[in-house]
Ligand binder design. Structure first.
Ligand code: HEM
Length: 390
């Protein structure tokens, strides 16, 4: 068929395109793309793929192009499991509790702009810096280097959408070197018998000293945390503001009952999943629905479409904060299975803090125009969100 999923993916409301996929071509072959690839869009099919990592692997990269030699999201077991065992510690609930106060301070500082009436771009003022600064905090970036780090984060993320590739290369190189310097500092502390700061670089440096990670892997893992955790979370924050502004009754219900903030974060993740769908590649020929897919084929598992599948969700195209909590958390916005988003606890914490600020502050945010969407078809978010506040 001639339907182009890639062309529809950046619609302001991509869910219409997802519905066509689910109803008319649940196993869609996207022929007008190089390389051509398959797409599954129904909840059941997406889950089946995610639950078969031995067949549908990540070592050709989670994107549409074949890329080898990565870490974590771009690799399979046993390397994936080894790297994940180390990083899991960084996102434990006890670490999140320690982080909460610091992130609240960052959130409050960024919010100061909205304390006097004005107009501007919510993405630039709040949605982009907050996750970048949160990742800087979790990694262990020195507060004096935050600006530098924020700039690398911006340049690298801009590259995902076709930004200046020279800037991306420069930022990648500088970030890798910076991470390696942080490792060096911690190795010196260890040699001296001093205590290490409680951050991701320390956790990874200890793993290096035990032979569980290489220094190159640490550089790549630090980089992946930034790339995977920055734009995704920024998109969630901007999408929440967009929805709350266009459906003010949602904001009223949160103001009346702030206990709904947590379920609301889950519902926004389901309704407006910032990662529309990532790729797997099959190690051997295998059946999917009524076709046999040859080995080495890229297939996109559409999390966002699965999250609107009426076979799973009652009233899927409405934002409802009263869903059964067990079902509500079964959305696939963070994927599922062995590659389930390792940063989900951090993303949830940031979203909860931001939403609490929006709900409890006296500022009203109003979206002024339809926002432009982010270019990569695997993602969903806004490059800009013009708002007025008072
Ligand atoms: C709203 C924000 C976020 C969304 C929607 C999101 C979504 C996702 C998704 C869909 C996956 C792939 C799951 C799969 O392929 O099965 C993933 C993986 C990953 N995410 Fe997130 N993510 C978010 C925030 C973060 C944050 C804050 C971090 C870290 C700072 C992070 C780090 C990662 C990493 C490292 C992986 C690869 C995990 C693996 O392959 O084992 N993400 N995320």
């Amino acid at each position: 068929m001639t339907y182009s999923h890639v062309e529809r993916a950046n619609d302001l409301e991509p869910s219409d395109g997802h519905r066509i996929l689910r109803e008319e071509c649940p196993l869609h072959h996207e022929e007008n793309f190089d390389p051509p690839f398959y797409v599954v869009s129904k909840h059941d099919d997406v889950l089946k793929i995610l639950k078969s990592p031995e067949l549908w692997g990540n070592s050709d990269g989670p994107g549409v192009f074949y890329q080898r030699g990565g870490v974590l999201g771009s690799t399979d077991d046993p390397d994936h499991a080894r790297q994940r065992r180390v990083l899991r510690e960084v996102f434990l609930p006890s670490r999140m509790r320690l982080l909460e106060k610091k992130l609240e301070t960052i959130c409050n500082d960024l919010w100061k702009t909205f304390e006097k009436p004005g107009e501007g771009d919510f993405v630039k003022i709040f949605a982009f810096p907050f996750p970048a600064l949160a990742i800087a905090e979790i990694l262990g970036v020195d507060p004096n280097d935050r600006e530098k780090f924020h700039k690398w984060a911006d340049d690298i993320v801009a590259g995902l959408g076709g930004g200046d590739l020279k800037l991306v290369d420069k930022a990648n190189q500088e970030l890798w070197e910076y991470i390696d310097d942080l490792v060096e500092t911690r190795l010196i502390l260890m040699d001296q018998g001093d205590q290490l700061p409680e951050d991701a670089i320390s956790t990874m440096t200890i793993a290096f000293s035990k032979g569980d990670l290489s220094r190159r892997e640490i550089q790549r893992l630090g980089h992946q945390l930034l790339v995977a955790g920055h734009e995704t979370t920024a998109s969630l924050l901007a999408l929440m503001v967009y929805r709350l502004s266009s459906q003010p009754e949602l904001l009223t219900s949160l103001k009346n009952n702030p206990k709904l903030i947590e379920p609301a974060v889950e519902e926004f993740l389901r309704f407006d999943s910032p990662v529309q769908g990532l790729f797997r590649t099959n190690s051997k020929a295998c059946p999917v629905r009524d076709s046999v897919i040859p080995a080495g084929t890229k297939l996109q598992a559409m999390f966002a479409s699965a999250n609107r599948d009426p076979e799973i969700w009652n009233d899927p195209d409405s934002i409802r904060f009263d869903r059964d909590p067990k079902l509500a958390r079964q959305h696939l916005a963070f994927g599922w299975g062995v590659h389930y988003c390792i940063g989900a606890p951090l993303a949830r914490l940031e979203a909860r803090l931001a939403l609490k600020k929006i709900v409890t502050s006296n500022t009203t945010l109003e979206v002024l125009e339809d926002p432009p969407t982010t270019p990569p078809f695997i993602l969903r978010g806004f490059t800009e969100l013009r708002i007025k506040w008072n």
